[in-house]
Design a protein around this ligand. Structure first.
Ligand code: SF4
Length: 508
C-alpha cells in the first residue's frame, strides 16, 4: 500500500505522481492519509523560500527517507515534468530500479518525437531533449525515433490532414476471453437482434454522410481515407449479416477516396470460406487473424475455444483466397506462459510468415475476468517484470527475422512488466489507420456500441500545419448493446452536436 500526501498545490499533479509511482510499484493500492500499514509514503508540499519538495519514505525494517527540492514555473506542462523527474530520482535511489520509459507514463510516447520532427527539429536535438526531460532509456528512445521516422515516411503518401477515418465496431465475439476489456458480448445471446444492430450502424453512417455535406461540421468536404471494422470480432457475424454490414458501409459511406479497408477477423473460430469470399468481394484489403499464442493449453485457459489447428486452417484459407496483407496479434505474459512457450509461439508464427505482427504485453483492466475472478486465477503463474521484458524483446527479434519494422506503439496502464504494444510490418504493409488513430493525426469517427470518436481540431489550415499540438475532442458511444439499440436516436442527436464542434468553436 502506498500513502500519497500531497499539499500546497502539488495535489494538482496527483495523477502524474500516481502513474509514476505505479510504474515503480505495479499493482499497489493507494491511500490518501498517513497509515502505519503503508510501506511507502510519498509526500510533497512547499518549503520556505518559495521552493517545493517531494519525499518518499519506506516503512520497512529500516526506515529510509529520500527527498528532492525544486522550483515550479508558470507552465503546467513544465511543472509536471519537474515533479516527475524529482520523484523518479527518489524512487530510483530507494528501489535501485530504472524504468525503461523513464518518467514517460502516457499511452502515446511516439507523439513526442513525431511532433518535434514535424517542427523540423534534428534527430540529435530531439534525442538530447527527450533524454534530459524524460530520463528515457536509449533502447526505448531508439524504438520511438525509428517509429516516428517510419510513420512520417508512410504518411507522406496521403494528404491525411485533410481527411478522416471511420471505425465500425461490431460488439460480438464467439466467447469472451479471460483478459478481455473490450466491448464484446457472446454472439449467441444476441443472434435475434443482429439486424437491429446493423440498422443502428446504418443510422450512424447516415449521420456522418450528412456531416460531410454540412458546412461547419468537422467532416465537411473531408474525404474518407481509411476504414477499420473491429470490435469484438466482426467475422463472428453469420455470413448473411456480414454481407449486410459491408453493403451498409458501401452504400452509406463515400468509399471513393478510401486507400485502406481493414476488417478484424480476429478469432479463427469465426472464419469460414464463405465469409472470406464476402470480404474479398467488398474490397477488404487487410485482415487480422489472431492466434494470441500457439500453445493449446493457454488457448484453453484463456477461453478462446478454438484450437491451434483452427488458426492454421483459417490462415491457410485466407492466403488461398488471395489476402496478401494479413496481420497476427500475439500477447506476451499470458497466464501460465513461460519464456519457452513464447519461443514456441514465435517460431510457429515465423514459419507462417504473416505480413504484420502486433506484439501486445498483457494488460489486465478492471473489467477483465482475469481481474473480476481474481481468486479463481490466483494460482496461475504470471510473468514477472523481468520475464515480461524478455518476452517483449523476443517478439521484437522475431519481427526482425520476418523483415518487419516497428511502425506504431502504444502503452496501457497495468501492462505486464511496464512494457508496450508494438505493431511491426513488412515494407508496404503498415496499417495507416493504426498510425492515424494512435498518434491522433486526424479525425476518427466510431460507429457501433462502445466505439469512440476523436475529432482532431487543427489549429491551422492543413497546408499551414507546422507541427503545433492539435486539440482533440472525444465522443463516446453507449457501451452496452442492450442500451445502444433502444437509445440510438438519442445517441444520434448528441453525436450530431459533436460533429458540429468546429462551428461551436468558431474554427471553420
Ligand atoms: S476476441 Fe478480443 S474482443 Fe473478443 S472476447 Fe477475445 S479479447 Fe475480447
Amino acid at each position: 500500500m502506498i500513502a500519497l500526501i500531497l499539499n500546497d498545490g502539488i495535489e494538482k499533479y496527483e495523477q502524474d505522481i500516481r502513474e509514476l509511482a505505479m510504474a515503480f510499484c505495479p499493482g499497489e493500492p493507494f491511500i490518501y492519509e498517513k497509515n502505519p500499514e503503508a510501506w511507502l509514503t510519498i509526500e510533497s508540499g512547499s518549503e520556505p523560500g518559495g521552493s517545493f519538495f517531494v519525499s518518499a519514505s519506506e516503512n520497512t525494517e529500516k526506515t529510509r527517507i529520500d527527498r528532492e527540492s525544486f522550483l515550479l514555473t508558470d507552465s503546467r506542462r513544465e511543472n509536471k515534468s519537474i515533479i516527475k523527474t524529482a520523484l523518479y530520482k527518489i524512487l530510483n535511489r530507494l528501489s535501485g530500479k530504472e524504468l525503461p520509459w523513464g518518467t514517460l507514463t502516457g499511452i502515446r510516447p511516439v507523439k513526442l518525437p513525431e511532433s518535434k520532427l514535424e517542427k523540423g527539429m534534428r534527430d540529435k536535438d530531439i534525442r538530447r531533449d527527450m533524454k534530459e526531460e524524460y530520463l528515457i532509456s536509449d533502447e526505448k528512445l531508439d524504438l520511438i525515433m525509428d517509429i516516428a521516422h517510419l510513420e512520417h515516411r508512410e504518411l507522406s503518401a496521403i494528404p491525411y490532414r485533410s481527411g478522416w477515418s471511420l471505425y465500425v465496431g461490431i460488439a460480438f465475439c464467439p466467447t469472451t476471453c479471460l483478459y478481455c476489456s473490450f466491448t464484446s458480448y457472446p454472439i449467441e445471446k444476441w443472434k435475434e437482434r443482429l439486424y437491429e444492430y446493423l440498422e443502428c450502424i446504418r443510422k450512424e453512417l447516415r449521420l456522418l454522410k450528412e456531416a460531410c455535406n454540412t458546412e461547419g461540421s468537422i467532416l465537411y468536404r473531408r474525404p474518407l481515407q481509411t476504414v477499420y471494422v473491429g470490435g469484438g470480432t466482426p467475422t463472428a457475424l453469420p455470413a448473411e449479416h456480414l454481407r449486410k454490414l459491408l453493403e451498409i458501409i458501401k452504400s452509406e459511406a463515400d468509399m471513393s477516396s478510401v486507400c485502406e479497408f481493414t476488417v478484424e477477423a480476429g478469432r479463427p473460430d469465426s472464419i469460414t470460406a464463405e465469409k472470406l469470399n464476402i470480404l474479398k468481394e467488398f474490397g477488404v484489403d487487410r485482415i487480422s487473424i489472431n492466434p494470441q499464442t500457439m500453445n493449446q493449453k493457454t488457448l484453453d485457459l484463456i477461453g478462446r475455444r478454438h484450437t491451434v489447428e483452427d488458426f492454421r486452417k483459417a490462415y491457410a484459407m485466407a492466403r488461398e483466397k488471395g489476402f496478401d496483407n494479413i496481420n497476427m496479434d500475439i500477447i506476451m505474459g499470458l497466464p501460465g506462459e513461460s519464456i519457452k512457450d513464447v519461443e514456441y509461439t514465435l517460431s510457429e508464427i515465423e514459419s507462417m510468415d504473416p505480413d504484420s505482427l502486433t506484439v501486445h504485453a498483457l494488460a489486465i483492466k478492471r473489467a477483465a475476468r482475469l481481474n473480476t475472478e481474481k481468486e479463481t486465477w490466483a494460482t496461475v503463474e504470471r510473468a514477472d517484470v523481468r520475464e515480461a521484458s524478455v518476452m517483449t524483446a523476443m517478439g521484437a527479434e522475431s519481427a526482425k527475422r520476418l523483415n518487419m519494422k516497428p511502425y506504431y506503439l502504444y502503452r496501457q496502464k497495468n501492462m505486464a512488466g511496464n512494457q508496450e504494444n508494438v505493431g511491426y510490418a513488412k515494407e508496404g504493409k503498415v496499417n495507416l489507420y493504426n498510425i492515424l488513430m494512435m498518434e491522433e493525426l486526424h479525425t476518427v469517427i466510431g460507429c457501433g456500441a462502445g466505439s469512440s470518436s476523436k475529432a482532431v481540431i487543427m489549429n491551422k489550415a492543413p497546408e499551414l500545419y507546422d507541427g503545433n499540438e492539435n486539440r482533440v475532442e472525444r465522443f463516446e458511444n453507449i457501451k452496452n448493446v442492450a442500451e445502444y439499440l433502444p437509445r440510438i436516436d438519442e445517441l444520434i442527436e448528441k453525436k450530431r452536436k459533436f460533429l458540429m464542434i468546429n462551428r461551436q468553436n468558431g474554427n471553420n
